[in-house]
Design a protein around this ligand. Structure first.
Ligand code: NAD
Ligand code: GLY
Length: 363
């Protein structure tokens, strides 16, 4: 088992990474203050892993809230199911919520923990690769709105993140690949040696080699923890770098309907669009863009956006959280391995969007 620390002063917490950690009571129990525990999961993950987690909770009073599965249910209406479960069981302020699932369950559980009685404890047990390398770490929580992705939420750090690499055994291939998109992101934004390692190890990763997967998860969490420690609340354009490709990707997710494109797929295509725009700005070379495309293809990720007009993109992109004083700011690449937050001339952004629209896959 590897243990990393997310260094946030009084809100610091460990990330444990290893095989078979789900049932280990010793990792969980030090982080549960009271007796009441609500496990939040969904209809796919609960039948697979909930019993094992329950068994590790000893004499706690355990209740469950099983959400419908899917990005389409990551909304305020379904968040209310968690509050109803908490109130129905008369849970009080020293209760603990445990998120057992992918990024959707994790984001919703964290937001419920931030809001219930103005804040209770929560624990992340991520079960997708995407959640293990990204969403379970750093305390961004929330839900979607029909008019914008992740637009309603709160920062709420978990007490501990427990990453059991064994649970990836049941994850569908398409979901594994979507998680690899966020892994590649760390290489592109701040860790060129990791990008090189990924290029050499992608075949092993896609084939689910356990050593390669564990290394990729550890290195991703190290990157994420360092960024979060430097800018927990995304105030100084350090944490924003984690959003490479996301402004384009969120536009795709919102426009296509939540869940049609997986988050990681939309981010993959969005990262290539960001690389294309960075080339138009004179920062990346054409071969850097080809290299970005190459690693996404190696991972089996989409590199062509859906056919959306430039105006449709711009409409969705204008509600991005990085917009300041009405100006769209994007995460772009100065070099492979070095991202910046920057505005871009409207004419170049349009060129990138139109190139995508021209090449894109029919809707
Ligand atoms: P997800 O939570 O929808 O999970 C993907 C699918 O895999 C679901 O059908 C789920 O039921 C299933 N699943 C989960 N674990 C499984 C397992 N072990 N075996 C079999 N099936 C399993 O999607 P995701 O990709 O994990 O997360 C995407 C969400 O995360 C998006 O809403 C995105 O906005 C959010 N996100 C948040 C952050 C953050 O910092 N909070 C970062 C990145 C992404
Ligand atoms: N996934 C983006 C962030 O955590 O900031």
């Amino acid at each position: 088992m590897h243990t990393l620390d997310v260094a946030l002063g009084a809100r610091s917490y460990p990330i444990h990474i290893g095989a078979g950690l789900l049932g280990q009571a010793g990792l969980l129990q030090p982080h549960i203050r009271g007796k009441q525990v609500l496990i939040v999961s969904n209809t796919t993950v609960a039948p697979l892993y909930l019993d094992r987690l329950r068994a590790a909770l000893g004499d706690s009073v355990v209740a469950e809230c099983i959400l419908p599965d899917g990005e389409a249910y990551k909304d305020l209406a379904h968040l209310d199911l968690i509050f109803t479960a908490l109130l129905k069981h008369r849970f009080n302020r020293d209760c603990t919520l445990i998120a057992l699932g992918g990024g959707v369950v994790g984001d919703m559980t964290g937001f419920a923990a931030a809001a219930y009685q103005r804040g209770v404890d929560f624990i992340q047990i991520p079960t997708t690769l995407l959640a293990q390398v990204d969403s379970s770490v750093g305390g961004k929580t929330g839900v979607n709105h029909a008019l914008g992705k992740n637009m309603i939420g709160a920062f709420k750090q978990p007490n501990v993140v427990i990453i059991d690499t064994d649970v990836l055994g049941t994850l569908p291939d398409r979901e594994l690949r979507a998680g690899i998109a966020e892994v590649i992101k760390y290489g592109l934004i701040r860790d060129l040696p990791f990008l090189e390692w990924l290029e050499a190890s992608m075949t092993a990763l896609v084939a689910r080699d356990p050593v390669a997967l564990a290394d990729a998860i550890r290195r991703s969490c190290e990157n994420k923890a360092a960024v979060v420690a430097a800018d927990e609340l995304e105030q100084n354009d350090v944490r924003a770098l984690l959003n490479l490709g996301h402004t384009f990707g969120h536009a795709i997710e919102t426009s296509m309907g939540y869940g049609v494109w997986l988050h990681g797929e939309a981010v993959a295509t969005g990262m290539l669009m960001a690389a294309d725009l960075s080339m138009r700005l004179g920062w990346l070379s054409a071969s850097d863009v080809q290299r970005t495309r190459g690693i996404l293809l190696q991972a089996g990720l989409p590199v062509l956006p859906p056919q959306m007009s430039a105006d449709e993109y711009l409409d969705h992109m204008s509600v991005d959280k990085k917009v300041k004083d009405g100006q769209l700011r994007l995460v772009l690449l100065k070099h492979l391995g070095e991202a910046v937050v920057s505005t871009a001339p409207a004419v170049l952004l349009r060129e990138t969007l139109q190139a995508g629209a021209a090449l894109g896959v029919p809707r």
